[in-house]
Design a protein around this ligand. Structure first.
Ligand SMILES: [Zn+2]
Length: 205
């Protein structure tokens, strides 16, 4: 029986690398995969999933209006699809997560979604909210804070490297950057308005 998987993490935990490895494992056995990624993520070129360690794969693009069930079932009719992999799945809509569960239940194709759990405000992304609610399997991909604890939160830094909590949820390709930290250092950095809490505590722990 096919299942719906959600691989979630903070930033820079190797989600795209894990996706590409899974896709490769299917293809190595002669099976066909479909890879999707969010349309507005243009960091690494349109229609492509790339990992920081140099792997990449062509990908179909989706936005909030894409009918994923129709697209996947049309592909499946043309030639059997053995696995669907979705990168940046935090940007899926509620309806799209629902239709991906239909791909699993009706078409019997496993669907592997990879995405961020929360944004820089500590709030769930919509796609992640429903993936957490409805997936058959939840798998956390771990990365670590500078202190060695698990990094579960994403800090957004402004141009001067100061953490802040305001602004739109989706800010890809701007001048901001993001770092993954543990919950303790997330709140300490926001409260103090600097990264000193993170870097300064390195030796004392
Ligand atoms: Zn920490």
């Amino acid at each position: 029986m096919a299942q719906l998987y959600f691989y979630y993490s903070a930033m820079n935990a190797g989600k795209s690398t894990a996706l590409l490895q899974s896709s490769y494992n299917y293809r190595e056995r002669g099976m066909r995969t479909l890879v999707y990624t969010a349309e507005f993520d243009n960091r690494l070129g349109a229609g492509k999933v790339s990992s920081r360690i140099g792997l990449s794969s062509p990908a179909k693009l989706y936005n909030k209006d894409t009918s994923l069930f129709a697209d996947i079932s049309a592909e499946h009719q043309r030639e059997t699809v053995h696995c669907v992999l979705v990168d940046e799945s935090q940007f899926l809509t509620c309806e799209q997560v629902r239709t991906l569960s239909e791909v699993v239940d009706v078409l019997d194709i496993p669907v592997l979604c990879y995405g961020l759990r929360t944004d820089f405000r500590g709030e769930l992304f919509i796609g992640s909210q429903y993936l957490l609610a409805w997936s058959d399997k939840l798998v956390e991909l771990k990365t670590i804070c500078h202190c060695g604890r698990k990094a579960s939160m994403v800090l957004r830094l402004d141009q001067d490297g100061k953490p802040f909590k305001e602004g739109e949820q989706v800010q890809i390709g701007g001048n901001e950057r993001y770092i993954s930290v543990c919950r303790k250092h997330y709140y300490e950095a926001l409260e103090s308005g600097s990264l000193h809490a993170i870097y300064g505590s390195k030796r004392s722990e």
